[in-house]
Design a protein around this ligand. Structure first.
Ligand code: SF4
Length: 351
């Protein structure tokens, strides 16, 4: 059982982050925010996949002005990602944004920062301070040996600016593309401040490499009880980020979503097309809301044993397979019918 670090809870739209709230999964649209139709379509696809918060890049005034339209039909809270230009933040507030990702130290004039913070305070809109090793300020050491400390110092500098304006609806991220740096940075800040932490490995890579780096970085911190919301950055469809996020949380028993799939790696004993079958099972039951463990096993050597611990399962035979439920064989079916039969058993199972 993981004991979570105690953090201050904040609210972003209808989502809660930190405190005793479940660790949330978020993603970021890769559409042009000015293109309302495409952005909305992606947001709602992400929401259907389980995404709980979504960030939009707000590059110019036109993008900021599109937020209102997007907000009307978006099913999940929206976070505007803004760099440098305080006017975009002001417009995002007017358009009804739910949260900002903005580093106040990047806004040149004090009165502009004050204006943004005043609006955020009035509307109770949280601000994420997002420090990133790729855009670390010159004043901090860029030496790899001290990079984690530099990320922490940079975050503290931005936090101080907000605290001095009596603002504490803060969330913090300290991302690095280097997994060990990111782990060290989060561990350090976790004991300095009590704000909620948004975890991520930045520029993690493609589906496979990014998933591995993110699982190690995010998973390691979560296992230590650190982290309140996560984003798995992948050079891929953002829906994959959401799927990956939940798999990391599920692996640590922090969230339940879809099925818990157990599948064997196959070996010479396997006589059915198990690799495809396991992929189909994974895809088909990605979004079902049932706490159910499903075993997809290649043969009867380990199949029944694993299926004993699973709620339902398949063990392959020769061109056919056995369907198990709570450790008992309930059916022998031809290979071509295995998926449909499994689906029927999962649907009828209480989980
Ligand atoms: Fe091989 Fe059977 Fe084990 Fe799968 S369950 S790896 S097919 S022995």
């Amino acid at each position: 059982m993981i004991e979570r670090r105690k953090s201050k809870k904040i609210r972003i739209g209808n989502a809660e982050i930190g405190g005793d709230a479940l660790i949330s999964v978020q993603s970021m649209c890769n559409t042009d925010t000015r293109d309302v139709k495409s952005t909305l379509s992606q947001i709602n696809t992400l929401a259907e996949a389980g995404c709980e918060l979504v960030r939009l890049a707000v590059l110019d005034m036109e993008a900021a002005q599109a937020i209102g339209e997007i907000k009307k039909k978006a099913k999940i809270p929206l976070i505007a990602d803004i760099h440098f230009d305080y006017r975009l933040a002001v417009e995002a507030f007017h358009q009804g944004i739910d949260a900002l990702r903005l580093n106040p130290g990047n806004i040149a004039k004090k009165e502009h920062i004050e204006k943004v913070v005043k609006l955020a305070k009035e509307r109770k809109i949280p601000i994420r301070i997002g420090v990133n090793s790729g855009s670390l300020e010159k004043e901090f050491s860029h030496d790899k040996k001290y990079l984690a400390d530099s990320l922490v110092q940079s975050a503290l500098k931005h936090i101080k600016i907000l605290e001095n304006l009596d603002f504490d609806l803060i969330k913090v991220s300290l991302k690095s593309s280097d997994v060990l740096t990111m782990i060290e940075a989060y561990q350090k800040i976790a004991v300095i401040v009590d704000y909620s932490l948004h975890l991520g490995v930045t520029e993690a890579g493609t589906l496979k490499t990014g998933l591995i780096k993110s699982s190690i970085g995010i998973g390691n911190l979560l296992a230590q009880g650190i982290g309140d919301t996560i984003r798995v950055s992948l050079t891929d469809d953002p829906v994959e980020e959401v799927f990956a996020g939940f798999e990391i949380l599920k692996a640590l028993n922090l969230r339940q979503k879809g099925i818990n799939l157990i599948s064997c790696p196959t070996c010479g004993r396997c006589r059915i097309d198990l690799i495809n079958l396991a992929k189909q099972v994974e895809d088909k039951f990605r979004n079902i809301d049932k706490p159910i463990t499903v075993a997809v096993m290649g043969c009867a050597v380990n199949g029944p044993g694993e299926a004993k611990f699973a709620d339902v399962g398949i063990a392959g035979g020769i061109g056919e397979g056995y369907i198990f439920k709570n450790g008992e064989i309930i059916k022998k079916v031809p290979e071509k019918d295995l998926l449909a039969e499994l689906e029927a058993v999962i649907k009828s199972s209480s989980g």
